[in-house]
Design a protein around this ligand. Structure first.
Ligand code: 8YV
Length: 321
């Protein structure tokens, strides 16, 4: 067991920044002394109280871990996030402090890819609009005009990583033509590679973002890319809101220079630009791509297993750094 300082219980102390999956929290409670940061009204005072004993931080997409939080808990040696994305963690600060960071890749790949496909279908076949059409009784007055087919259309994947590949498999099964853009061509991948994002946007009907957030992808989908995607194109984002220039996206949707969008992620969650709510051509989801019971349970288990490994002196299962 790695021990620095331990609370009176003899169990290592873990600070939970925000809630994670309930069963994972239950397991943590049985094996660790758990402090719940989000429940503290005086956060600074709580951090001072826990400063000596806290050895681990556990978090989720909505729980940023910045340099100040790490400095306030100087004995923290591992940060375990229940996400694959790590843009909410200051990795540079963690590196400088020699803090191990773990995340939860793989276990969420299929659920996120499912939701990306669901967004493509919802946007293309106007599922939400059609549902409203039925509920409001509009059906008895008129028929809903037909839309373009999904099968036979061309989809561009931005970031052909684990999730991008899982999405591409689904798209191919729907008889979509699949191309992709990313920092490099992937060997052994049958999809067409574009080394130019704007060229891809020009050629496709759907641009699906599965790339990670962070400085490398920050606002890479800008007004020019959206204009290239055009009035018949749709943007789907299950990556991170930071990848898209959100004001440019809103403007393009409002002006009709972009056809449609299906969004699970936003620049400043849970706040979204008000204009989006008034638009019929967007489907808006509250960052739920990984939110299936099976997936969240697996993500929670991986968080716990990473902590167990670290405290037992074994290599962690899914390190970031
Ligand atoms: C979210 C995700 O954590 O793993 C990630 O990086 O974005 C998701 O799993 C989740 O959907 C809640 O925000």
């Amino acid at each position: 067991m790695r021990k620095l300082t331990q609370p009176e219980t003899g169990r290592p102390a873990v600070v939970l920044v925000v809630p994670i999956f309930p069963t994972a929290m239950d397991v943590l409670e049985t094996e660790f002394t758990v402090h719940r940061l989000w429940e503290e009204t005086d956060r600074d005072a709580a951090l001072v109280r826990w400063a000596d004993e806290a050895q681990a931080l556990v978090t989720f997409a909505n729980g940023p871990v910045d340099a100040a939080l790490m400095a306030a808990l100087p004995n923290v040696k591992i940060i375990a996030t229940m996400t694959v994305g790590v843009d909410h963690i200051d990795l540079e600060a963690a590196r400088k402090r020699g803090i191990q960071v773990t995340h939860t890749p793989d276990v969420l790949t299929e659920a996120v890819a499912d939701l990306a496909m669901a967004l493509v279908l919802s946007v293309a076949r106007q599922i939400v609009v059609a549902d409203r059409f039925v509920r409001t009784g509009e059906w008895s007055r008129r028929v809903l005009p037909p839309v373009r087919s999904v099968s036979g259309s061309h989809v561009g994947v931005v970031g052909l990583g684990r999730i991008g590949l899982a999405f591409a498999r689904r798209a191919a099964a729907f008889d979509m033509r699949v191309s992709y853009y990313g920092p490099r061509r992937k060997p052994d991948v049958g999809y067409r590679y574009y080394d130019n994002l704007r060229a891809l946007a020009r050629d496709v009907d759907y641009l699906v973002i599965t790339a990670p957030g962070g400085p490398q992808t920050d606002r890479m989908i800008d007004g020019a890319v959206l204009a290239d995607l055009g009035p018949n194109g749709a943007l789907i984002n299950v990556g991170r809101g930071s990848i898209v220039d959100e004001p440019a996206l809103v403007a393009a949707l409002v002006n009709g220079t972009l056809g449609a969008a299906g969004l699970d992620v936003y620049a400043n969650e849970p706040h979204i630009p008000e204009e989006l709510c008034a638009l019929e051509n967007v489907v808006l989801l509250p960052h739920i791509a990984s939110a299936t019971l099976e997936t969240r349970a697996a993500m929670g288990e991986l968080v716990v297993n990473n902590l167990r490994a670290w405290f037992a002196g074994r290599p962690v299962l899914t390190p970031v750094i």
